[in-house]
Ligand binder design. Structure first.
Ligand SMILES: [Zn+2]
Length: 167
């Protein structure tokens, strides 16, 4: 679902109707036949680390404003998921990185702003730069795995041995 459903046909500006189309309730234009397919937004997450610590950002905008999390953002058209991940890391936290591996692909529903999302997470080794909060970010910090907020330690527990073989 999307929090703000389209109301008009983008082709002819006729108000969209709602009904069963191709097996699902969808919005469609009764005049030109436009069908509003609802697809999840593609999001990338950078699980970034340096010397056994995770890099976290404090979010400055909704959703989850004020919470600590990993740098993340939307993939732009023409951009690979890997490139988007490294771009978001640099924009939000001021550091450059190198993709180590794909960690997971999962579905998330954000009730606050974006609706349905497809979230692709990469493990990223930080290679340069000085951590600095970008636009839409309040702070950047490094956490040891045992310092993570509870909601993140569960999500990241399977990665801890990879970022710090001695932990
Ligand atoms: Zn139309």
């Amino acid at each position: 679902m999307s929090p703000k459903p389209y109301r008009f046909s983008p082709n002819c500006a006729v108000p969209l109707s709602e009904g069963m189309v191709e097996g699902r309730i969808r919005r469609y234009c009764p005049s030109c036949g436009f069908i509003r397919y609802e697809n999840p937004l593609p999001v990338v997450v950078a699980i970034a680390f340096n010397e056994g610590h995770f890099l976290l950002i404090k979010r400055g905008i909704p959703p989850m404003k004020g919470f600590w999390g990993c740098p993340s953002g939307f993939i732009e058209s023409g951009e690979s998921a890997e490139d988007a991940c490294l771009r978001e890391l640099e924009e939000e936290a001021g550091v450059t990185g190198e993709i180590q591996r794909l960690v997971r692909v999962m579905r998330r529903e954000d009730a606050e702003v974006y609706g349905d999302m497809l979230v692709v997470s990469y493990l990223v080794k930080i290679t340069g730069g000085v951590p600095e909060a970008g636009n839409e970010v309040e702070e950047v910090r490094y956490d040891r795995p045992d310092e993570l907020p509870d909601y993140l330690s569960t999500l990241l527990q399977d990665i801890v041995t990879e970022i710090n073989p001695h932990s």
